[in-house]
Design a protein around this ligand. Structure first.
Ligand code: E4P
Length: 218
């Protein structure tokens, strides 16, 4: 499973750009709003740091407005920009229109299998089911991933699933075990993915023992 970083923070993206396990970035209007720069400025910076898919979200609600924004964002770096679209009828019309133009899309805010089915039928390149927000509200995010993976398999849809709204290491593990193609993960959770207390204590013991051996060989 591929891992993307879910942030618009340039410091975090710069650091993650050196990690071999991070291959893309997702942003949204709320993440952009935290950074004090325009969306265009942020996406332009990210495009210099990451050579992988970069999701940039449109904010218009009508097809025409979404298409105008999509073309402006895509022009920033056509080799990498993915247009993030809302899970609405208008959003899916735009997904289908951009598919015909060979512009990749990411349909976001997916909370049900029926929504997923419609996005995949509309030729979305990526689909983002939101795990954390589902679990926060008492639904079962693992079941949703399992169902979307089954839909993909049943009908051979090429749409890639991005497990989003990730809150924990376990969310990432479950997404991978159930067959999600990608997980987009906040910086703090990405850092936690690699750590384990037994790794830390094991390394400390090895360091002490290596020091003993080093003394003998002097
Ligand atoms: C996905 O692309 C979104 O940016 C993101 O995962 C939103 O998650 P949240 O529930 O943490 O806001």
């Amino acid at each position: 499973m591929k891992l993307f970083i879910d942030t618009a923070n340039l410091k975090e993206i710069e650091e993650a750009s050196h990690w071999p396990f991070v291959s893309g970035v997702t942003t949204n209007p709320s993440l952009i709003a935290k950074e004090g720069l325009s969306q265009k400025e942020i996406i332009e910076h990210i495009a210099k740091l990451i050579d992988g898919p970069i999701s940039a979200e449109v904010t218009a609600e009508d097809c025409e407005g979404m298409l105008t924004q999509a073309h402006e964002l895509y022009a920033i770096k056509p080799s990498n920009i993915v247009i993030k679209l809302p899970m609405t009828v208008e959003g899916l019309k735009v997904a289908n229109a951009l598919y015909k133009e060979n512009i990749p899309t990411n349909v976001t805010l997916c909370f049900s299998s029926s929504q997923a089915l419609l996005a995949m039928e509309s030729h979305a390149t990526y689909l983002s089911p939101f795990l954390g927000r589902l679990d926060d509200n008492g639904w079962d995010s693992a079941k949703l991933i399992e169902e979307i993976v089954t839909l993909k398999r049943n009908f051979g849809y090429p749409t890639k699933i991005i497990a989003a709204s990730i809150r924990s290491v376990r969310h990432v593990e479950v997404a991978a075990l159930l067959g999600s193609d990608i997980a987009t993960v906040p910086y703090k959770v990405l850092k936690k993915l690699i750590s384990h207390p037994l790794t830390d204590s094991g390394l400390a013991t090895f360091a002490v023992d290596a020091e003993k051996t080093a003394k003998l060989t002097k």
